[in-house]
Design a binder for this molecule. Sequence first.
Ligand code: GLY
Ligand code: MN
Ligand code: MN
Length: 433
Amino acid sequence: MNYQIYTQRRRRLAEQMQAGVAVIPTAPERPRNRDSSYPYRFDSYFHYLTGFGEPEAVLVLVAGAAPKNILFCREKNAEREVWDGFRYGPEAASETFGFDEAHPIAMLDEMMTKLLADQPSLHFHRGADSAWDARAVGWLNAVRAEVRNGIAAPSAIRDVRVLLDEMRLIKSTEEIATMRRAAEISSAAHRRAMQQVRPGRHEYEIEAEILHEFRRHGAQAPAYSSIVAGGANACVLHYVDNSDGLRDGDLLLIDAGCELDGYAADITRTFPVNGRYSAAQKDVYEMVLAAQAAAIGAVKIGASWDDPHQAALKVLAQGMIDLGLCTGSVDGVLESGDYKRFYMHKTGHWLGMDVHDVGDYKKSGEWRKLEAGMVLTVEPGCYIRPGEGVPEHLWNIGIRIEDDVLVTALGCEVLTAAAPKTVAEIEATMGVA
Ligand code: GLY
Ligand code: MN
Ligand code: MN
């Protein structure tokens, strides 16, 4: 295992902390019912700094003049390993993942009292988990109890996520390579869905086709619950039932991306169940596609976070007027927010280890500027529910088109470009000449 990228990240974090002790636990296992647990997923911050995938593990990072990093993890356990599989144990974990020290997780509380003695600050994800908050207060009180022995307790608690979020926002070469692969696998899954869909099949069957493609390429899981929404279901933004039959003449909206080695892809495509867009469906589709092209065109170094959203909104507002969904001028529709009846979400979010990844969107009250190495989604849509004054031939058309975009020195790279997107590409992929 090449653990250099993780030791470098720990060093960078310690340098930015300057002093104090950071404590970063991984995620707990979550019971599903009785003896069954949900599939385990590590905490993203913890994994970003360690590469260590086992539950019941905590990273402690001491910054300052004598920096060191310590892993607390499960001990070897021959009997448990028969049931649950291999676990490293502190010694092998330390060697394999390049920690200065490693200890059994059972020693955490006792050792924290020593590690926090005479330290100025505790860097911690305060507020994320009340059990950990209580535990941290216990450590601080234990150190304070030593005051008459001349020991000082940390006087400040800092949120370690502030520094980590900024680090995670700019992706390294290794992270980009993994995200590119996650994007390729997810693009293949959307191609498969296009080829497998036909009237009479069910949303869950197509969900299974997508999962099949994720897993057969080694992706560990979907990065989020797949949305496979036929017909009017596409107008429910977080539809995840995926239980309905697919009807001739309807569209199918699929929002699905895999997680590969801790990194997410996030793709939406909307295509006709029978392989051919109707005239009305095509009109709305072309509008959303043009909005997406305008938004992607606005992704470049130095642009503001909000520029792609504004670019998409202009095209959508004009399109909604042309389609008879809104009336008046583009500026009027934008100012009144009338477009929100049909487009009620933003045009994207950061993407990385988490599908809605970490990182501030504003700095000192201003939308932040895009920088090379940032990855964001660009995902305009249009969702037309039946309603008074809404042209009836457009009812229940729900369309979103979503790609994952890396900011580069030259502008941007669409990581998910292998997922067919134009009407012609999609109809050709679906086998309709
Ligand atoms: N799939 C979640 C999103 O598009 O934000
Ligand atoms: Mn998204
Ligand atoms: Mn999505």
